[in-house]
Design a protein around this ligand. Structure first.
Ligand code: FAQ
Length: 311
């Protein structure tokens, strides 16, 4: 028999109402949200690195200002998401520790290198594009603080995606070497961006429960399909080729037929053995260590202010 609290929770979910921090919720719902929201926050923070490395090398002042703003937005997204996770009873310090100890997951995509300026275009177009496809439905996630954070994040991501598209469009209208650089970046980011949606549905242990709780609204494969459908006409406008010779619309199945994704590569990256996993974590840990004096100074200042305010 369900308790009154359980019944109330189930009724809220069934009625598409929001669960708020002070509402009763099942432990497993809380744990799932902490897992997903903290992973999402870590992804935004680690996700600053591939583009952060290009801020000093952007090809013009205008490009530099845009890239700087985008990377700052990612820091902001990380902070909203850490705040949303904190409403569930985990501290920012605990989450930071889990990340720099290598215990926490973050998106596989950020373990790949960004060797050329065209990678800034491909990241914006493909990585932010995948992020939007995945996150627009999360604006309706049943947990209030997560869904509300997502609304603003999605608006900013859509600007990010356009700026990536525009970088690629400019390169594709340039010299042969620039076009080749754009195509090469698309070749390298295309398959990893498809993996951002997670394992195939039949190998996704969390999906069924997360969909029942209305945290996730669509399955991993359905969102991956939606993303491909968004990319195909955009690739045509850009004049780039999506690097999948098998890609075609299957009229009968009403789905995109694609080549096989390399799920061994995905598993390797998740296990910490992707091209840049170690470097990303090393860099994050060094930034945390280098920032210790700022945290100490801020805490000392807050203490002093509190002491002054006390009667
Ligand atoms: N990478 O059972 P499922 C961005 C893990 S966008 C790493 O299907 P679930 C913006 C999964 O955690 C990127 N791990 O799991 C930006 C689970 O492991 P666990 C971040 C992955 O949660 C753009 C296991 O595999 N976006 O940052 C991945 O139901 C440009 C089994 O998987 C989000 O986090 C992966 N790709 O579905 C920033 C969106 N896929 O925890 C900078 C919110 C799966 O049991 C520059 N998250 N795993 O040990 C989600 O929508 C979901 O968590 C999924 C996974 C769809 C990612």
């Amino acid at each position: 028999d369900l308790t009154a609290e359980e019944q109330h929770f189930d009724a809220l979910i069934a009625a598409d109402q929001r669960i708020e921090p002070r509402d009763w919720m099942p432990d497993a719902y809380r744990r799932t949200l902490i897992r997903q929201i903290s992973q999402h926050a870590h992804s935004e923070i680690i996700g600053m690195q591939p583009e952060g490395g290009w801020i000093t090398r952007a090809p013009s002042l205008k490009r530099k200002a845009i890239l700087l703003a985008k990377v700052q937005d990612e820091a902001g997204h990380g902070l909203y998401l850490y705040s949303a996770a904190q409403t569930l009873g985990i501290t920012r310090d605990e989450m930071t520790e889990q990340l720099i100890d290598g215990r926490a997951k973050y998106s596989s995509i950020f373990n790949y290198p960004a060797p050329t300026w065209a990678d800034m275009g491909a990241i914006g177009w493909l990585v932010d594009g995948a992020a939007i496809c995945n996150q627009v439905p999360l604006c309706r996630a049943s947990y209030g603080p997560y869904g509300r954070a997502m609304v603003r994040i999605c608006k900013e991501e859509s600007f990010h995606q356009r700026q990536g598209f525009e970088i690629l469009l400019t390169l594709m209208q340039g010299t042969d070497a620039q076009r080749a650089m754009a195509q090469d970046a698309v070749n390298r980011w295309y398959w990893p961006s498809l993996m951002m949606f997670g394992p195939p549905d039949d190998a996704s242990p969390n999906s069924a429960q997360s969909m029942a709780w209305k945290i996730k609204r669509f399955s991993n494969d359905d969102l991956r399909q939606r993303f491909i459908g968004m990319l195909v006409p955009q690739a045509e406008i850009l004049g780039v080729t999506l690097p999948d010779p098998e890609l075609r619309w299957d009229e009968e199945a009403q789905r995109w037929h694609t080549g096989e994704l390399d799920w061994d590569e995905f598993r390797e990256v998740l296990a910490g053995r992707g091209p840049l996993n170690a470097e990303r974590l090393r860099h994050r840990k060094a930034a945390h260590d280098d920032g210790a004096w700022v945290r100490e100074a801020a805490a000392a200042y807050a203490q002093k202010r509190a002491a002054q305010a006390a009667p």
